[in-house]
Design a protein around this ligand. Structure first.
Ligand SMILES: NC(=O)c1ccc[n+]([C@@H]2O[C@H](COP(=O)([O-])OP(=O)(O)OC[C@H]3O[C@@H](n4cnc5c(N)ncnc54)[C@H](OP(=O)(O)O)[C@@H]3O)[C@@H](O)[C@H]2O)c1
Length: 295
């Protein structure tokens, strides 16, 4: 039995599709029966509950061969780090008490850093929390910046004919499609080729700058002159708050952008066949164009 948290999200939904297509038994964890129904219709068991409820999670993780764990985003949290700690502790307790022997935990590039990385600090803390657990093999997967983050530019492109954020436009950094993350995690869950507590980085197909990514996307959506603009940290923070994120989450995102701009993570990494995945920014831009035109 493969237990998958964040089941209706970017990674979880793709992971479940891969597992179901192979005829594997899947337990999909989420808060909404309606959103889990498409997976239940294809044969997955739906586990409906909140990740902060450790009693629910102990039951949900029981008899799992392997669990995929994550701390989901909560963009309107008043205190995001407290939320991350609450969910993280609940997951850790359930792993220990359920007796599951294998866990693939979603972390991030920058997960090795204790500070200055915004929301990634919570994933660093979670790695440490899980590393203290006994009698369980835990693999922390550290993917880089998701190509899907670029979808947040759609309203701005439609309204203002430009794309922008606090991240530098000219800096190349590692970017990955979430379908590649799901494929990588599915392989690890099936092979269980990890023991003790370990880490794997995944860096996407190549490093890309936001100037280039936006140019490629612009061509695919019929806006060949589309440009990326770097906003000041102050303006970007106001923009995030205006888009509905809490003040706390907006501050943390700006801290993460600064860390990226200063090269603290996801920049100048050594690529190997093991940490490089297949989907190119060009291929992702085709998916982007479909979402752009359908929305
Ligand atoms: N974006 C990046 O560039 C990046 C890079 C590296 C790592 N990461 C990490 O990746 C993770 C996000 O992955 P993702 O994009 O696949 O997630 P996602 O698309 O935001 O999906 C998360 C899912 O978790 C479920 N969920 C949310 N709160 C929950 C709760 N309290 N209890 C139970 N389920 C809950 C939600 O489903 P329901 O609403 O149906 O419950 C949601 O569909 C985060 O930990 C982030 O830090 C992100």
């Amino acid at each position: 039995m493969y237990v998958i948290t964040g089941a209706t999200g970017n990674i979880g939904s793709k992971l479940i599709e891969i597992m179901l297509s192979k005829g594997s038994k899947v337990r999909a964890v989420g808060r909404s029966a309606d959103k889990l129904k498409p997976f239940a219709d294809k044969g997955a068991e739906a586990a409906i509950g909140d990740l902060s409820d450790s009693g629910f999670l102990i039951k949900t993780f029981s008899n799992a061969t392997v669990v995929f764990s994550m701390i989901p985003p909560y963009y309107t949290a008043r205190d995001f780090r407290a939320y991350q700690n609450e969910i993280g502790a609940s997951i850790a307790e359930a792993i220990q008490k359920s007796g599951v022997r294998y866990v693939v935990n979603l972390s991030s590039q920058g997960g090795q850093l204790p500070d200055k990385t915004g929301p990634i600090k919570g994933l660093h803390d979670q790695e440490g929390r899980l590393n203290k657990l006994r009698d369980v093999n835990i693999l922390h997967v550290r993917p880089t910046y998701f190509m899907e983050n670029l979808l947040m530019f759609i309203p701005m492109i439609k309204k203002m004919n430009m794309a922008g954020s606090a991240i530098r436009g000219d800096m190349k950094f590692a970017m990955i499609a979430t379908k590649d993350i799901a494929k990588f995690i599915a392989e690890r869950m099936e092979k269980r080729d990890f023991s003790g507590k370990s880490v794997r980085d995944i860096l996407g197909q190549r490093d890309v700058s936001l100037n280039e990514a936006v140019q490629i996307i612009g061509r695919k959506i019929g806006k060949p002159d589309l440009k990326y603009v770097q906003f000041s940290y102050e303006d970007a923070e106001k923009g995030l708050i205006g888009a509905g994120l809490s003040e706390d989450v907006s501050k943390l995102f700006i801290e993460m952008s600064k860390a990226l701009n200063e090269g603290l993570f996801a920049v100048n990494l050594i690529r190997t066949p093991e940490n490089t995945t297949e989907t190119s920014i060009n291929e992702f831009a085709d998916t982007y164009a479909k979402i752009y035109t359908s929305g």
